[in-house]
Design a protein around this ligand. Structure first.
Ligand SMILES: *Cc1c(COP(=O)(O)O)cnc(C)c1O
Length: 371
């Protein structure tokens, strides 16, 4: 066994696979299949494999390189591009992914031409913007018209379905009325093209509230889920949406391990005339007198925001950080750390996203089965 390098992003593939199984199970009970979204984990192939093992029927990402790695690894399920494509990537897209989400006729025409050039049929879902105000047709009539145009004039595309995205820009929740708005648009498209759609994609993790609330219209048969599976109960469905079901998932499929590089007793309030911190921000500091403090060798350049870091050892508090240092108050720690100790943190979604892209952070994979 090789010595682990730090800081380490530890991926427990058994826990991750169990999270996938649990979420796919909830969805399957209501006739919904899951596209596993890997962008939050840097698109690692090992994570995509957990998604497939746990029951995801497609692998999705917003990044072409991540999809390409899955293709090259022979991931075994269709791949879905979930960021509406750039015109400059249509050739690569039709060769890399079977499916994409779309919102522009100009791009659909370019995709059709690219699919013809490469001798493939590319599957598209048209996105409806139900008020969250990121991607998608804001006018349902324009969506229906574009669906008809795609069906009738773009022979190298297959209109596989429609979808929506909520809770990303506008914080709009996947309430029952929004899900029915989507089902209604699907019915209108089906009536206009004279055949059923295979896929109606009801959103991301935030749309699990429709599964928990058991109000998903029958027509909605797919969710694209990343964060909820990767970080489980750390995705705060309870405070935001009032659902506690996520507590059944592991919150520590991804953890951060960092090494202690200094332990000293120091004042808690800075001493001197105060200007700004390492990021040019004016800060306020609470004076709690002299405290035991520890420094660990990982910083905001790696994970972003200290609020996304939850120390596992009780009594340890993250008080601040610069790019490469994190400062912990360990006065009330269960055990005072020593230089060289490794401290573990649970990490919220945006920190998982950043850590998995930081070249300073080493990934350690724990196997699905110990053997
Ligand atoms: C990121 C993304 C998802 C997955 O969102 P999670 O909150 O991670 O489940 C789904 N659909 C689209 C279009 C996305 O950009």
């Amino acid at each position: 066994m090789t010595e682990r390098q730090y800081p380490a992003l530890v991926i427990d593939h058994r826990k991750l696979t169990e999270n996938v199984e649990t979420v796919c199970g909830w969805c399957a009970e209501q006739g919904i299949f899951v596209a596993g979204v890997i962008k939050g984990a840097g698109g690692r192939v090992s994570v995509a494999e957990d998604f497939v093992r746990g029951g995801a029927k497609m692998i999705a990402s917003s990044r072409m390189e991540q999809l390409r790695r899955c293709r090259e690894a022979g991931i075994g399920v269709p791949l879905l591009m979930i960021r509406v494509p750039m015109l400059s990537e249509v050739d690569e897209l039709v060769q890399t992914a079977e499916y994409s989400l779309n919102s522009e006729l100009k791009t659909l025409r370019a995709l059709d031409a690219a699919a013809e050039r490469h001798g493939v049929t590319h599957n598209v879902l048209l996105m409806a913007d139900l008020g969250d105000l990121r991607e998608g047709f804001f006018d349902p009539d324009e969506l229906v018209q574009t669906a008809v145009t795609t069906e009738q004039t773009l022979p190298h595309l297959h209109l596989a379905g429609i979808g929506t995205n909520l809770g990303c820009y506008g914080s709009v929740m996947a309430t029952e009325d929004k899900m029915w708005d989507l089902a209604e648009i699907a019915s209108r498209v089906e009536a206009s093209i004279g055949r059923p759609l295979e896929i109606v994609s009801g959103g991301a993790t935030s749309s699990l509230m429709g599964v928990f609330g058991k109000y998903m219209p029958k027509k909605v048969n797919m969710l694209r889920i990343g964060a909820g599976i990767l970080t489980g109960p750390l995705e705060d469905m309870r405070t935001c949406y009032g659902y506690s079901e996520m507590d059944a998932l592991h919150g520590d499929a991804f953890t951060l391990e960092a090494q202690v590089i200094e332990v000293k007793r120091k004042a808690s309030h800075p001493i001197g005339q105060l200007g700004v911190d390492a990021f040019g921000q004016k800060q306020t500091y609470v004076d709690r007198g002299m405290r035991n403090r520890a420094l660990v060798a990982v910083g905001r350049a790696d994970y972003g925001d200290i609020a996304d870091l939850l120390p596992e050892m009780s009594g340890v508090e993250v008080v601040g950080a610069s790019g490469d240092h994190t400062i912990l108050d360990v006065e009330d720690a269960e055990r005072t750390p020593e230089v060289g100790d490794i401290l573990r943190f649970r990490i919220k979604y945006s920190a998982v996203l950043r850590l998995s892209g930081s070249e300073n952070v080493k990934v350690a994979d724990l196997p699905v089965r110990e053997d």
